[in-house]
Ligand binder design. Structure first.
Ligand code: ADP
Length: 552
């Protein structure tokens, strides 16, 4: 800004000096012409007073010119014929009636003209007057040379240049002072605004106060926008980093505008390093080269992930999703179907086999009764399996409301129900239940749990063994079912709660169940938030415990 002001000032002052010089030259030139004209008029008056009677010849002209020193004298007849000239041969000179000064004199009695001279730097000044001699009009013309305008300007040029230099210096100095004076407060204000960093910009100049206010308002607005942007960014960062999915926004293996924590961990990404698998994994490299959306499956640290690549503007995206649970669920669903099919197939094959034999008359009449018995047992087994599956699956959709159930009462009823089975295996049963222990649930769920635990305690017990059911009350009642049976190995203790898992598959169906009992107990406890545990020693016995923690 300062530069521009100085430049404009310089231009204006130079232009001013040049114009002034031209103007002065013109005035001076006019004045000098005026002066020369005045001089010639005086000479003409001298002629009129002293030389009117002299002959109008070449010699007469030369004599008068010699007296005037340097002034050219020309005598002319009224028709413009040159009668005598002090500097040229009159006879050779053309008719002068057309000359401006002559024509003017013939009309007004005197005439004046200025013309370019043959000599460089000079103009010719002519003054002409009419006279009368013996009734005849004749003209006398005096001419001399005066400096031309250009010559005057050239003469004055050194002075003009000196003046110009002084003027430039003064102008620049004054302009610099003035701009400093005007700009310093603005510069100070700008500097303060630039280094304000949240502080208020102040100025003591009232003219600049609106500007300072505007800067403060803008600073405040920018500040709050920046704070908002920072907050948005940290929220975005928080969201991205807390995502269990890995996300990478990339343009190439080296140019990665965004990568979240999960992706950094899964890809082993180091800051300012390229993503290694983008070049080392041939399949990924091929997807990147093709630039077409693709999904790849990868196994990292024993877990399954899907790598989904999408390509676009302004960047490409890699979304890494943990598929382990989804795949496990799919596997478990397939296993479940396979198990159900397998468990159903066994009784069905047996029923069908016997039915075919009966149909073919291949069973002797005395064996028919035992075959029919087998068919009935297999049918029971099938319906038991179907019931177990329905029970197990129904837990997920059981949204019936809970209510207070007297668990002591259920335990007592159960002991009565299981009496025949206990007696069959000569098992000593002890029940130690606190009175009126209440649990917030549904009766059928608690019956299901107790049925499974007690029936297992009998089924996997030894002949003449014992079975003890204990129930304590309090804020979190505890139920335990202990037997002195075959026990469960440490290895199997972790698996007995899986669906269709049975330690000894030969037990399946008849003696044992289908491996759905404990899975059902576990599912019911999980949904209610109860703690289920098992303690067991092979050959010694097993204790299943449930702590009925109240729902928060
Ligand atoms: P099942 O219907 O086969 O009994 P469960 O899910 O109830 O299925 O039990 C799974 C497996 O756990 C059983 O096959 C058995 O091997 C083992 N088990 C369960 N309860 C006991 C127990 N009280 N003593 C020893 N083993 C047991």
């Amino acid at each position: 800004m300062r530069k521009r002001i100085l430049l404009v000032t310089l231009l204006v002052s130079v232009l001013g000096i040049v114009l002034l010089s031209v103007l002065f030259t013109d005035v001076f030139y006019r004045q000098s012409i005026e002066a020369v004209n005045g001089q010639l008029q005086i000479y003409m008056d001298v002629y009129a007073a002293e030389r009117q009677g002299e002959p109008l010849t070449q010699e007469g002209a030369e004599a008068f010119a010699a007296e005037l020193r340097g002034v050219r004298v020309t005598f002319l007849a009224a028709d413009g014929t040159v009668l005598g000239d002090s500097e040229a041969d009159a006879a050779a000179m053309e008719d002068h009636s057309g000359r401006e000064e002559v024509a003017e004199a013939l009309e007004n009695g005197e005439g004046f003209a200025v013309r370019d001279s043959a000599t460089l730097g000079y103009d010719s000044v002519y003054y002409c007057r009419t006279f009368e001699r013996e009734g005849e009009t004749y003209l006398v013309r005096l001419a001399t040379q005066a400096n031309s305008g250009f010559a005057i300007f050239v003469d004055a040029l050194p002075t003009v240049l000196l003046l110009l230099a002084v003027d430039i210096f003064i102008c620049l100095f004054v302009a610099w002072l003035a701009t400093s004076f005007i700009l310093r407060p603005v510069e100070k204000l700008t500097q303060e605004a630039a280094t304000a960093a949240g502080k208020e910009v102040r100025t003591s100049y009232p003219e600049l106060q609106p500007l300072a206010k505007m800067m403060n308002d803008m600073n405040a607005e920018i500040g709050s926008q920046l704070a908002r942007m920072r907050e948005d960014r940290s929220i975005e960062k928080l969201v991205l980093n807390s995502m269990e999915h890995g996300i990478v926004i990339f343009r190439s293996a080296e140019e990665i505008p965004l990568i979240n924590r999960t992706a950094r961990y899964l890809l082993g990404y180091e800051k300012n390093e390229p993503i290694a698998c983008f070049s080392e994994d041939a399949e990924i490299a091929a997807v990147l080269a093709a630039g077409e959306p693709a999904t790849l499956a990868r196994r990292i640290g024993g877990r399954d992930y899907s790598f989904r690549f999408t390509f676009g503007e302004p960047a490409n995206v890699l979304l890494i999703t943990d598929m382990t649970d989804i795949m496990a669920a799919a596997r478990s669903k397939n296993d479940f179907i396979a198990n159900v099919t397998h468990e159903m197939n066994t009784p069905l094959t047996s029923i069908r086999g016997f039915a075919e034999l009966i149909g073919a008359g291949a069973i002797p009449p005395e064996k028919l009764e035992s075959v029919a018995d087998t068919i009935i047992r297999q049918s029971d087994r099938l319906s038991h399996l179907i019931r177990s599956i329905i029970n197990f699956s129904a837990i997920d959709s059981d949204d019936l409301p809970d209510y207070e159930v007297d668990l002591t009462e259920i335990v007592r009823e159960l002991a009565v129900n299981f009496e025949p089975s206990l007696r069959q295996k000569s098992i000593t049963f002890t029940l130690d239940a606190e009175e009126g222990v209440k649990v917030f649930s549904r009766r059928e769920r608690l019956v299901e749990i107790l049925n499974n635990l007690v029936s297992n305690g009998i089924r996997y017990n030894k002949e003449g063994g014992s079975l003890a059911v204990r129930l304590t009350g309090g804020a979190a009642p505890v139920l335990s079912v202990s037997d002195t049976g075959i026990g469960i190995s440490k290895e199997n203790q972790g698996r007995i709660f899986d669906r269709f898992y049975t330690v000894d598959r030969s037990h399946n169906g008849e003696g044992g169940g289908f491996g759905l009992g404990l899975a059902t107990v576990k599912k019911l406890c999980q949904r209610a938030g109860w703690k289920l545990s098992v303690e067991s020693e092979e050959g010694v016995g097993t204790t299943f415990s449930i702590q009925f923690c109240p729902k928060k």
